[in-house]
Every structure is written in structure tokens, then in C-alpha cells.
Design a protein around this ligand. Structure first.
Ligand SMILES: Nc1ncnc2c1ncn2[C@@H]1O[C@H](COP(=O)(O)OP(=O)(O)OP(=O)(O)O)[C@@H](O)[C@H]1O
Length: 372
């Protein structure tokens, strides 16, 4: 798939923008702080209904304005899909094919993107929260039901935490409600964990050979899900539930004392191993970067295998950071099949051949001009 038209209104430093793109490499060139990342972000937000760099949607609205609007037309193999997202101080409204979508979880997935930005190194060495967000966003792109499950899970988690707080401060003494909430919680938790296991299994299968290729055959990558309750990948849901029930009955007093839910998918993590060592602790900068890149390239293939369309690739400020070998590897992977956006302040670090075949756009103070 590819985005052929993008229009912005009051989006960050863009008052009004309308631009057309082709299904190839599009280089977005400009000095610092001109609006390169903002364009990439707007494409990402149009796809995911969320920014990759802020959780505060109000930041996306141009200063002193009431709302921001992103519109795009996505070309797929058999259809052309108009998408629209309006972000106001009250919330977000999405339209797909001119029809308002009641739930954002239904809207996400109409357009698929993979973003690779400098902060993606945090995927390897940052906090578990970043990795959980990554898994959830990526599964959500290909499975809308998962996004729905996650939001249900968050609601039950909040209710359970609230009730544990009430027991903690002794505003409540009857624990019947805790039992009901725990049962509902476990039901959602095991669904989420088994989907995460399944996703990471597929992701690892794609990422392993890619990583081996980038590291010239020297490194072997492993991705391991680390649940906070000892459930196993090959267990069926009823066995997982039994593990949770046992755990929660053991830690009940501790949870009441702390007034919070101590175990579940909101406390899980995933680890990346290179040659059997945890890359976050023992990996060099280069190995961490290769791991993040392999995972991103694997995502492209995984999305393609699930939906039979290649996603759009957004490379924000990273291409010129990759050494020649890694850059060639990346470009060979996407060559001719993935619409790619590349931001850079200078074309110097980018392969000559890539530039020759790409469209180039100049960005200056919230205006974009096609150069070639
Ligand atoms: N909500 C907003 N309203 C208006 N302008 C904004 C808003 N948010 C950010 N900006 C402006 O957008 C500009 C930054 O744009 P962006 O992050 O896209 O820069 P960039 O071209 O990618 O730069 P760099 O090369 O440094 O990464 C800044 O001038 C910033 O002040």
C-alpha cells in the first residue's frame, strides 16, 4: 500500500498543506526544526490514531488553534481509501471511506506503517513500558480485536486497583467484589498474553534471518517474552488461567497491603538476546541498533504476511545514521516494494543510487516543495 495524497490543517507547524507522494522512496529534506518529523508523525498518526512521540494529543494541534485535521488517500492493491482524522481538545474523530468510525480500535489498521526513529533504540535499552507499548501497537495494526481487548483489560485493571485501594484503606472489608474482578481480569490477561506470545513468535521468525544477514552471519537474535506470572508459551488458556489463579491467591494480602495489582500483562516485558546475551545490558551500541533495525524490518514482513500488503515505512532521521552496510541491507529489503519516507538534513549520507530513484521534497517553516 502507499499514501498518494496527504493534507494537513493546523497540524503542528503546518497551517495548511497538501502534497502528493509516489510509491517509492520519498526524501524529506530540510534544516532542523522546519517540520520534517511533523510530516512523518502526521502519516503515523493517520494510521495509528496516536503519535509515536507524545501521548498528549493536544500537542499535535497548531498552537492557538482549536483542532488539527489530517487527511490522506491510501492506495491498496484493490482499493483506494480516503482517511480522515480530526483531533480537537475534546478528543479524536476518525473517518474511513467518508464514514465516521464509532471506535478508534476499528479505524486503526486501515493503513499500516512501520516507523524507525532514533528513539527506537529505546525499544532495546529503554523501560519495559516502551516494549509493551510496541507490542500492543504492532499487534493492534493487524488485529483490531486485540486493541479492543487491551482497552477492556485497562478498564478492569483500573477497577481492580480501585477496589484494592478501598480494601487497603479499609473503606471496604468484603472481598467478594475482588474475586469477581480477579476472575474478569484473568480472563482478559490470558487472552492478551497468548496473543503476545503468538506475535513475538512470528516476529522472531522474521527477525532472526534479517539480523543474521545484517551482522554478516555473526550474530543470532532471540526474542523472549517475559511474563510476570510463570505461564508458558505452549500452555492452553485454561492452564494459563490456573497459573494466574494460584498466583493471585498467594499474593492477595500483599496486593491489599499495596493497594494495586502486582501481576499481569501490564507488568510483563520482552527481552532481546544476541548470541544468548541480553542486548540491553551486554550489547554494544551497534548491536542494539542492529537489533532495533532487524525488528523493524521484521515488522514489515510480518505485516505483509498477515495482510498481503506491504506497510509504509517511515525512516525519521535514521538512514544517514546507519553505516553503509546496514543502509544497503535496509534498502535492498525495501527495494521497489515498500513506499518509504526518509527525513534528513543533508543528502550526503544517503546512497547515490537511492537518491537518483527517489522523489525529493524540501521542507521550510511548514511548507513543502517537490524538488524532483
Ligand atoms: N503544536 C505546534 N504548533 C506549532 N508549531 C509546532 C507545534 N509543535 C511543534 N511545532 C514546531 O515544529 C517545529 C519542529 O518540527 P519538526 O520536529 O518536524 O522538525 P524537524 O524538521 O524534524 O527538525 P530536526 O531535523 O531538528 O529533527 C518546531 O519549530 C516547533 O516549534
Amino acid at each position: 500500500m502507499y499514501i498518494e495524497q496527504l493534507a494537513l490543517r493546523n497540524y503542528r507547524n503546518y497551517e495548511s498543506l497538501s502534497v502528493e507522494f509516489e510509491n517509492k522512496v520519498n526524501v524529506i529534506l530540510g534544516e532542523n526544526a522546519q517540520g520534517k518529523t511533523n510530516v512523518m508523525e502526521s502519516i503515523y498518526v493517520l494510521a495509528m490514531a496516536k503519535s509515536h512521540r507524545t501521548s498528549n494529543d493536544k500537542d499535535l494541534i497548531r498552537w492557538d488553534q482549536e483542532y488539527a485535521k489530517i487527511e490522506g488517500r491510501v492506495q491498496k492493491q484493490y482499493s483506494s481509501l480516503p482517511l480522515q482524522l480530526i483531533i480537537s481538545k475534546k478528543g479524536k474523530k476518525a473517518k474511513c471511506n467518508h464514514m465516521e468510525q464509532r471506535k478508534l480500535s476499528q479505524y486503526v489498521g486501515n493503513m499500516n506503517v512501520v516507523m524507525f526513529a532514533p528513539e527506537d533504540l529505546n525499544l532495546v535499552k529503554g523501560s519495559p513500558q516502551i516494549r509493551r507499548r510496541f507490542i500492543d501497537m504492532e499487534i493492534g495494526q493487524v488485529s483490531p480485536i486485540y486493541l479492543h481487548d487491551i482497552s477492556q483489560y485497562q478498564k478492569i485493571l483500573q477497577q481492580r486497583n480501585h477496589f484494592l485501594k478501598m480494601l487497603q484503606i479499609k473503606k471496604q472489608t468484603d472481598q467478594t467484589m475482588l474475586e469477581i474482578l480477579t476472575e474478569q481480569f484473568i480472563e482478559m490477561a490470558v487472552k492478551i498474553i497468548s496473543k503476545r506470545f503468538e506475535f513475538l513468535y512470528l516476529l522472531e521468525n522474521w527477525a532472526k534471518p534479517i539480523h543474521k544477514g545484517i551482522s554478516r552471519g555473526l550474530e543470532s537474535l532471540k526474542i523472549v517474552y517475559k511474563p510476570s506470572v510463570d505461564v508458558l508459551e505452549d500452555q492452553d488458556l485454561s492452564k494459563m488461567k490456573a497459573c494466574f489463579e494460584e498466583k493471585f491467591s498467594k499474593v492477595r494480602m500483599r496486593e491489599i497491603e499495596r493497594g494495586t495489582t502486582l501481576f499481569g500483562p501490564h507488568r510483563d516485558d520482552l527481552l532481546f538476546f544476541v548470541n544468548d546475551r541480553d542486548v540491553s545490558t551486554f550489547g554494544s551500541q551497534g548491536q542494539q541498533r542492529t537489533t532495533a533495525l532487524s525488528v523493524k524490518l521484521a515488522e514489515i514482513e510480518l505485516i505483509h504476511s498477515e495482510i498481503r500488503e506491504y506497510p509504509i515505512l517511515l525512516l525519521d532521521d535514521v538512514l544517514s545514521e546507519l553505516d553503509d552496510y546496514r543502509q544497503s541491507h535496509l534498502l535492498n529489503t525495501i527495494q521497489g516494494k515498500v513506499q518509504t519516507f526518509v527525513t534528513t538534513t543533508s543528502v550526503e549520507g544517503i546512497h547515490h543510487q537511492t537518491l537518483k530513484e527517489a522523489s525529493t521534497f524540501d521542507v521550510e517553516s511548514g511548507f513543502i516543495n517537490k524538488v524532483n
